[in-house]
Design a protein around this ligand. Structure first.
Ligand SMILES: Nc1nc2c(c(=O)[nH]1)N[C@H]1C(S)=C(S)[C@@H](COP(=O)(O)OP(=O)(O)OC[C@H]3O[C@@H](n4cnc5c(N)ncnc54)[C@H](O)[C@@H]3O)O[C@H]1N2
Ligand code: MOO
Length: 396
């Protein structure tokens, strides 16, 4: 049977291009930037007053003057007015352009008001509390690169440089469908032999967390109906995730339906737990992940395979992360074990504590987990203190 590294390599090979689109800045958060951003002006664009206080020409102070009558007040947002005479001062507000003729700013806390004038103490330095024009960036500098996920800091840079319309990657059209006659939608009362469908919501949450809104559906166990619905799903979407129906049961029709729909199988079954029956395939325009129905299997398939594949398509890199195991794990089978863990802070820093569970059908205990530690297939005993790759429950 294929091992996890080989299965992942097969998953990552197909590439698809979903193109770009232009969106208003206000809706660009979380999108993948597809343009470079160049500074259209210096930053700051003028010598910016950095403290509320008074601005003076230092030469007068150096010559011994301590009492400075106020020439005028300079709020932020007004065009700079020069200092009227070198023996006067200007009251300046944070964010105002430094008034021409002044060379330093002294905070209100450090001066004393005396009628229409300010009295300065000894020991004042020249050129303080000024954020100089162009010290952060120069007009023409490259400010943001292609393929960055737009977060709060990127939003601020885009706004500062006037990018009101942002070119971003088009999101793929994603469909998620459950299978099996035992699952009913969450708004229905299940019969005693039925369960509510949780996997579609589990999988949808991963997409929604990065800003992609999937279409949710269901394929029944009836072969003719299920096959026809699947053909339609594949035709209308760039990515299709199916949940259940891929193992050896008499009604596990999904691999046959996928074959009938003309989806090329890349692999079926991986030497891992949970999620062994995973089926991955593609046609010219659509990638299909048929995930095993057990909730832990579905989640592992999504974070280990779907997430890696999605990042690759979008050109987003995520640094590999390893976390220290906090308790021994024994696992003799020759399978990669995706061990659900909780991240704990210990005196020696962060570590991963295995969360007890009742197997891959246990979705309740998954809620106590932060992610999975990937324990390789070539060993049976994993000791505390050793580091292993860690997969968080996020695509990026
Ligand atoms: N003879 C064998 N039996 C099984 C094997 C095997 O190799 N030989 N593999 C087991 C493993 S491992 C897994 S994982 C499961 C996966 O089976 P399927 O992908 O065919 O999934 P189903 O049989 O349809 O369902 C399994 C389980 O998950 C529940 N389920 C399904 N859909 C949902 C949903 N949308 N929300 C919540 N729960 C769902 C379903 O009711 C079943 O309890 O097969 C083993 N069997
Ligand atoms: O691989 Mo299954 O996913 O063990 O339950």
């Amino acid at each position: 049977m294929l091992d996890y590294p080989a299965a992942l390599a097969l998953t990552l090979a197909p590439t698809f291009d979903w193109g770009e689109e232009t969106v208003p800045l206000a809706t660009a958060t979380g999108r993948v930037l597809r343009q470079t951003v160049t500074a259209d002006r210096d930053q700051p664009p003028f010598d910016r007053v950095a403290m509320d206080g008074v601005a003076i020409a230092y030469a007068a102070y150096a010559a011994g003057q301590r009492r400075f009558p106020v020439s005028h007040m300079a709020p932020a947002g007004t065009a700079p007015r020069p200092l009227a005479a070198t023996d006067q001062c200007v009251e300046v507000m944070t964010g105002a352009p430094l008034p021409p003729g002044t060379t330093t700013v002294i905070r209100y806390e450090d001066v004393r008001q005396d009628g229409e004038a300010f009295v300065l103490p000894d020991g004042i330095a020249d050129a303080t509390s000024i954020h100089r024009r162009g010290t952060d960036a120069r007009a023409g500098d490259r400010m943001l690169d292609d393929r960055r996920v737009i977060g709060p800091a990127e939003m601020a840079v885009l706004a500062t440089y006037g990018v009101a319309e942002v070119t971003v990657s088009r999101w793929p059209r994603v469909a998620i469908a459950s299978t099996g006659d035992e699952v009913v939608s969450v708004d229905r009362d299940p019969l005693p032999h039925q369960i509510r469908s949780s996997n579609v919501h589990q999988l949808a949450a991963l997409f929604r967390a990065v800003g992609i809104e999937p279409t949710l559906g269901h394929l029944g166990d009836d072969p003719a109906g299920g096959r026809a619905d699947l053909v339609e799903l594949v035709r209308d979407h760039d990515v299709v995730l199916l949940s259940g129906g891929v193992s050896k049961g008499k009604l596990d029709h999904v691999p046959d339906w996928l074959a009938a729909a003309g989806i090329e199988k890349l692999f079926h079954r991986v030497a891992q737990r949970p999620g062994k029956p995973l089926w991955v395939g593609r046609d010219a325009a659509t990638m299909v992940f048929a995930l095993p129905g057990n909730p832990a299997s579905s989640l592992v398939g999504a974070v280990a395979y779907v997430g890696a594949w999605l990042r690759k398509q979008l050109g987003i890199s995520r640094p590999d992360r390893s976390v220290r195991l906090l308790e021994a794990v024994d696992f003799p089978p020759e399978l990669t074990l995706f061990r659900s863990v909780r991240l704990d802070q210990t005196t020696e820093g962060e570590g991963a504590r295995p969360v007890s569970n009742n197997g891959s059908g246990d979705l309740v205990n998954l809620a106590a987990s932060d992610g999975f530690l990937v324990l390789p297939a070539d060993r049976a005993n994993f000791l505390p203190g050793h580091y292993f790759p860690y997969l968080p429950l996020r695509f990026f």
